[in-house]
Design a protein around this ligand. Structure first.
Ligand SMILES: O=C1O[C@H](COP(=O)(O)O)[C@@H](O)[C@H](O)[C@H]1O
Length: 571
C-alpha cells in the first residue's frame, strides 16, 4: 500500500502512517531498528536492498532525498506499508530548499522510539559520518566508498573522519575473502609468509583494504599487483597470494561465482564457490551487527598510513624561510615580535585569535618575551585563545609540564592584561581524573568543537593563527617523535603518546592535520646540538624520520634559529 503526501509535515506523515497501519492491520512491535538512507540519485536500488534486508531485520526505513538547491521550499512524502515495504515500513522524504535546515528535527519526529538507528549513504559519503547531522544520532554509519566519485579519495577522507560505529561496504565485500584466506593460512604447517600480494586495482577500495588487512594481520607489507593479463574485470579483489618458504597459498577469482585455491601441500587447484556479493546481502550483513566494527577501524588506520599521506597535510604550502639571530635570547625576542604582529593582524580580521604555545628551552624563552611584544603590538589579549601543541602527562604542578614553564612568565601577565581564564586551553593532567587516552580524546574534542562544523582531520583549513614549535635534537616537534608509531595516528585531533623516547614517557600531542592547520608556523631552535636536525628538516617533507620537516603554515613557516643551530644549513 502506497500513500503520497505533498507539502506535508512530520506530524501529518506520522498520522497517516498510523491510519495506514490501522487500515492494513500492521503494527510496529516487530520493528528492530530505524534505517535512514541518504539518497542523492536513484532510490530504488538501495530501497530494494532495504526491503530485502527487512525480512531479516524488520525496520522503519526513512529515505531522505534532499534537494537543497530547489527554488521552492517544502516536503513531500511517500509512505509504503505492507507488501510494498517488505517486512518493514518505508517513508520517502523529498525535502526541498530551506526545509533542509530542519532535517534533523524532521527525521527525529519519525524515528522508532527506543530502537537503534543506522544511517546509510549508498553513493555519497560525508567527510566525517559521525559529524553529519543524521550520522551523529546513529549507532552505525554505513558508507560505500566504491560507489562514490573518487573512491580512494573518499576512503582517505573517511579514514581521517573515522569514528567507532562507521563501516563501509568496500570492507563488507571482503568478509568471505577474509574467511577463506584465514582458513587457507591456517592449513598446517603454518608459517609467516615472506611475500604477500593482492591482485586488483589500486583504485579499488576493497583491494586497498584487503592489502591493509593482510599487512596488519601478518605483519608483512602486502603489495597490490595488477591482475594477470586477460583476466576479466571483477572490480574488486582478483586474488591473494601468500609466498612461504614451503610454497605458495594462492586464491584466484576465476568467475563471478568461484575462486581457485592452491596450497603448498596441494597444487591441484580446488574450485571453491564464492559468489560475488549483492547489495542486498551486504546491507543485511551490516545490519546484523550494531556494535562498532573495530577491525574495520584498525584496518582503515593501517591503510594509507604511509609517509605520503601524512606529508600531504604539509605539502603545497609556501616554502619555509629562515630568520637567524646571534643567540637563543635573540631568537626568542624575534619570534615573539613576529608572533605578536601576526596575532594583531589576525584580530583585525577576526573576532578572536588562536595561539599555540610549546615547551622546551627556546619555546619557554619565547613565551617569556611574548607579554611585552603583545603589548607593543597593541594586541587585545581579551580576544586571544592559548592552546598547547603537546603536554607531558604528569602532575599539574610538575616542572616537567610545558604549561608550568609558561604559567608565571606568560599566563599570569596576560590574565592581568585581560586574557579570560576560559580562553586558556590547558591539556589535562592525571589530576583531572582521566586516563591518558581519555585526556587526549577530551582535548581533541575541545579543538573539534572550537573549530566549526567538522573535526580538524577532515577540515583542511586554518584554525590556529600562530603555532609555536620547539624542535628536539632528534627532529621531533610537539610530541611526534621520529619513527615512533604514535606519529601515524591521524584520526583524532589529539593523541596519547606512550613510550616517548624523551622523558617523561606519557604525553598528549596534537596530530598532523591539526598542526598543519595554522596560518603561521614558527620553529624555535637554538644550539649546535640541533644543527643536524635543522638541516635535515630543511630537506624534503618526510615526517616519519624527520617530524620537523612536515609542519607548514598556510601563510608562512619561519625557522627562528641562532647561528649555532643554523650552522649546518649550507652542508
Ligand atoms: O619534549 C619536548 O621537546 C621540545 C623541544 O624541547 P627543547 O628543550 O629541546 O627545546 C618541545 O618543544 C616540546 O613541546 C616538548 O614537549
Amino acid at each position: 500500500m502506497i500513500t503520497t503526501l505533498t507539502d506535508t509535515t512530520a506530524s501529518a506523515i506520522d498520522k497517516t502512517m498510523i491510519e495506514m497501519r490501522e487500515t492494513f492491520g500492521a503494527n510496529t512491535i516487530g520493528r528492530v531498528l530505524t534505517l535512514i538512507i541518504i539518497a542523492t540519485g536513484d532510490i530504488e536500488e538501495p530501497l530494494g536492498a532495504a526491503i530485502s534486508a527487512s525480512h531479516e531485520h524488520p525496520a522503519r526505513v526513512l529515505v531522505v532525498h534532499a534537494d537543497p538547491d530547489a527554488e521552492t521550499s517544502g516536503l513531500d512524502a511517500e509512505i509504503r506499508v505492507g507488501r510494498d515495504a517488505g517486512a518493514g515500513e518505508i517513508v520517502i522524504l523529498r525535502a526541498r530548499g530551506d526545509i533542509m535546515a530542519s532535517l534533523d528535527t524532521l527525521v527525529m519526529a519519525l524515528l522508532l522510539p527506543d530502537a537503534p538507528i543506522v544511517t546509510w549513504w549508498p553513493e555519497s559519503a560525508p567527510s566525517s559520518p559521525v559529524h553529519d547531522v543524521l550520522g551523529s544520532m546513529s549507532q552505525r554509519r554505513i558508507t560505500d566508498s566504491a560507489a562514490c566519485s573518487g573512491p580512494i579519495a573518499t576512503l582517505k577522507r573517511l579514514r581521517r573522519g573515522y569514528s567507532h560505529g562507521d563501516s563501509d561496504l568496500a570492507w563488507s565485500r571482503l568478509t568471505r575473502w577474509r574467511g577463506l584466506v584465514a582458513s587457507a593460512y591456517e592449513v598446517p604447517p603454518v608459517s609467516v609468509p615472506t611475500k604477500v600480494e593482492v591482485a586488483g586495482s589500486e583504485e579499488n577500495p576493497s583491494v586497498v583494504l584487503m592489502a591493509a588487512w593482510l599487512s596488519r594481520s601478518l605483519g608483512v607489507d602486502a603489495q597490490i599487483v595488477d591482475p594477470s593479463d586477460g583476466a576479466p574485470d571483477y572490480a574488486g579483489v582478483h586474488g591473494v597470494r601468500l609466498t612461504r618458504e614451503d610454497g605458495t597459498i594462492d586464491l584466484t577469482r576465476v568467475s563471478d561465482e568461484a575462486i581457485v585455491l592452491t596450497l603448498p601441500t596441494d597444487d591441484s587447484g580446488q574450485h571453491v564457490t564464492m559468489p560475488r556479493r549483492t547489495l542486498n546481502e551486504l546491507l543485511a550483513e551490516e545490519l546484523r551487527r550494531l556494535d562498532p566494527d573495530e577491525v574495520y577501524g584498525e584496518v582503515l588506520a593501517t591503510a594509507f598510513s604511509g609517509i605520503d599521506d601524512m606529508g600531504t597535510y604539509a605539502s603545497g604550502k609556501p616554502a619555509p624561510t629562515d630568520s637567524i639571530s646571534a643567540d637563543a635570547e635573540a631568537v626568542a625576542a624575534d619570534a615573539a615580535e613576529a608572533t605578536a604582529a601576526q596575532l594583531a593582524t589576525a584580530l583585525e580580521a577576526r573576532s578572536s585569535a588562536h595561539l599555540v604555545v610549546t615547551g622546551g628551552t627556546v619555546g619557554t624563552a619565547t613565551a617569556k618575551a611574548l607579554p611585552a611584544a603583545l603589548s607593543a603590538a597593541g594586541v587585545d589579549v581579551s580576544r586571544l585563545h592559548i592552546w598547547w601543541g603537546d603536554e607531558r602527562f604528569v602532575d599539574p604542578d610538575s616542572s616537567d609540564r610545558n604549561e608550568v614553564g609558561v604559567r608565571d612568565p606568560l599566563l599570569e601577565p596576560l590574565q592581568e592584561a585581560g586574557l579570560p581564564a576560559r580562553n586558556i586551553h590547558v591539556m589535562p593532567s592525571p589530576a583531572d581524573g582521566m586516563s591518558l587516552d581519555d585526556a587526549a580524546a577530551w582535548y581533541g574534542q575541545q579543538l573539534d568543537l572550537s573549530g566549526g562544523d567538522e573535526p580538524f582531520r577532515t577540515r583542511g583549513r586554518a584554525f590556529f593563527d600562530v603555532l609555536l614549535l620547539g624542535v628536539g635534537p632528534d627532529g621531533h616537534i610537539a610530541s611526534l617523535f621520529p619513527e615512533h608509531s604514535d606519529q601515524r595516528s591521524v584520526s583524532a585531533s589529539a593523541i596519547a603518546v606512550t613510550n616517548s623516547p624523551k622523558p617523561p614517557p606519557e604525553r598528549i600531542s596534537l596530530t598532523w592535520p591539526v598542526l598543519n592547520s595554522a596560518r603561521h608556523v614558527a620553529l624555535l631552535v637554538a644550539g649546535e646540538e640541533k644543527a643536524e636536525a635543522v638541516a635535515a628538516a630543511h630537506g624534503e617533507i618526510n615526517p616519519w624520520p624527520v617530524p620537523a620537516s612536515a609542519v607548514r603554515g598556510l601563510e608562512s613557516t619561519t625557522w627562528f634559529l641562532d647561528t649555532a643551530a643554523a650552522s649546518r644549513l649550507d652542508d
